[in-house]
Design a protein. Structure first.
Ligand code: NAI
Length: 506
């Protein structure tokens, strides 16, 4: 079987005309596809047609669509009187309620109406495409077509290959995505597909940091934005998506992967969910909201800068941190070991401040760790150990804030904040590649377009250096004994071989 997704007379049925159905209908008619809208709620499909027509005319007013293209696109939208009107469809996309029994019932109803060669696609975000298809007489024609909200702006779509999906279905959905101006990424039918799987590291690791008392929500957000370049902090993002959506997803992916420690959720979100602190939509989440604006706790005041000598510990990042200390005008001590008067700055790669200070034989009360990989120019991270003196901590803070660069001071944590979160994201991305869920290129494409991270996990790992990412993870694992930090085989092998993380298996 085959389907030419570029045929000029392509007819697409859209079942479920809520948020996602409307978005998919809009990009379909804009690309010349005829769309038949169906919804279980009386009047909903007509409302959707009117809403899509309004969106198209707004685009036309903004000059993004000619008046003629707008009129043609709107004319291609029709409302079905009943499901039976879907009979002439070449492809049907369902975007109904996320409930396996309801979706399976729909599959059975659809198969009684459409032709045997009609492609059926599901926009499910969390259910197994294979289990939806299992309800069908012809499961080979069913594939996943997972869009993101808002569909017209989120230009990526996951094309999901269920266990029974035939290759023509994946080819046709890939071509249809391109026709509609979206970037298709192919993924195997696995929990979270690519985007929701790759996105596990950001929130869960940030929650783990807060759970360990390393820093508060706002400090973690500030560091990940300022030092690592994320557009939004993990807690800002959790507030935007709302905990009634994101906490169940965290639990579901963890369980679907049979308690994979990398995805272990946090009791913090469960408690806050129970308390109703859902996020923006309830006016209070990790942040409080005044209207649309988050009330961000003030940044701690900058203390006076250290004026005594500064000794920088040897190892990864020594040169960069020494150069920074010199640039800030402090006196650098050059000895193999620090004097008793020195502030000891310890550049960290995956360790915590305690472990590094003991390894180096330092007086831990005088030791403060610094992140040499993330934010030396933009947002510096300092880390204390349980006995770092307040004078040393504050002096280091003041010194590194010289010239107005912001500084985050956090408690002891293997890999500080940014190394820990970014290494986790890279590790999960590598494991998606290892499991052959998607190609390295598609993983990076899905993550940059679907999650808006500064880089795809594999390219980001290459940029840092795969060997350094492994060193960070190995140190985190050695200190915590938590298998959550075990390096993916994909990552470790490529680090050992000295090749790019984007290198596929030969
Ligand atoms: P929605 O609640 O906005 O719309 C669902 C629509 O389906 C409603 O109009 C409802 O009346 C209709 N419906 C429910 N049962 C039906 C049935 N048996 N037959 C026909 N119509 C039926 O939901 P939304 O957000 O558009 O989600 C739809 C699907 O897309 C779900 O599977 C969801 O998991 C998935 N999805 C949602 C995303 C989002 O951000 N909202 C992102 C990606 C996927």
């Amino acid at each position: 079987m085959s389907l030419d997704a570029n045929r000029s007379d392509l007819v697409l049925g859209l079942v479920g005309t809520g948020t996602m159905g409307r978005g998919i209908a809009q990009i379909a008619v804009a690309s010349g596809v005829s769309v038949i809208l169906v919804d279980a709620r009386p009047g909903a499909a007509a409302e959707a047609r009117d809403a899509v027509a309004r969106m198209l005319s707004k685009l036309s007013e903004k000059g993004k669509l000619t008046p003629e293209a707008c009129a043609n696109a709107t004319a291609r939208l029709t409302v079905a009187a009943s499901m039976a009107d879907l009979a002439p469809c070449h492809v049907v996309v369902e975007a109904i309620v996320e409930d396996i029994a309801v979706k399976q019932a729909l599959m059975r109803d659809l198969e009684a109406i459409v032709a045997p060669d009609c492609l059926i696609a599901t926009n499910t975000s969390s259910l197994s495409v294979t289990s939806i298809a299992a309800a069908c007489r012809l499961p080979g024609r069913v594939g996943g077509f997972h869009f993101f909200n808002p569909v017209p702006l989120m230009k990526v779509v996951e094309v999901i290959d269920g266990v029974m999906t035939e290759s023509w279905v994946v080819d046709a959905l890939t071509a249809l995505a391109r026709r509609m101006g979206h970037a298709p990424v192919k993924a195997k039918d696995t929990p979270g597909f690519i985007v929701n799987h790759a996105g596990r590291g950001f929130g869960t690791e940030a929650l783990k940091l807060v759970g360990e008392g390393v820093a508060d929500f706002a400090t973690v957000d500030r560091i990940l934005k300022g030092a690592a370049g994320f557009r939004m902090g993990p807690f800002e993002l959790l507030d935007l998506t709302a905990l009634d959506v994101s906490h169940p997803v965290m639990e579901s992916i963890y369980d679907q992967y049979y308690q994979e420690p990398r995805f272990r959720p946090s009791p913090i979100t469960r408690q806050r969910l129970v308390a109703g602190l859902l996020g923006r939509k309830t006016g209070r989440g990790f942040y409080a909201y005044e209207g649309d604006k988050a009330v961000v706790p003030p940044v701690p005041a900058v203390p006076a800068a250290w004026t005594g000598p500064v000794w920088v510990a040897p190892g990864e990042g020594e040169e960069a941190v020494s150069a920074l200390v010199a640039k800030l005008g402090a006196t650098l001590e050059k000895g193999v070991m620090p004097s008793n008067e020195a502030l000891c700055l310890v550049p960290i790669l995956g360790e915590d401040c305690t472990t590094a200070a003991v390894r180096l034989g330092l007086d831990a009360t005088r030791a403060v760790a610094v992140d040499p990989l993330f934010g030396l120019e933009t947002h510096r991270t300092l880390m204390t150990n349980p006995v770092t003196s307040a004078a040393i901590r504050d002096g280091a803070h003041g010194l590194l804030a010289t010239g107005g660069v912001s500084v985050g001071v956090v408690g002891d944590s293997p890999g500080l904040i940014a190394q820990r979160v970014v290494a986790t994201i890279i590790n999960i991305g590598c494991d998606i590649a290892q499991q052959r869920i998607a190609t390295p290129e598609d993983i990076d494409k899905a993550v940059t377009l679907g999650l808006g991270y500064p880089a795809g996990p594999l390219a980001w790992g290459d940029r840092i250096g795969a060997d350094k990412v492994v060193a960070i993870l190995d140190a985190m694992l050695a200190i915590t004994h938590d298998p959550r930090y075990r390096a993916s085989l994909w990552l470790r092998r490529r680090a050992l071989l000295g090749v790019s993380l984007l290198t596929p298996e030969s």
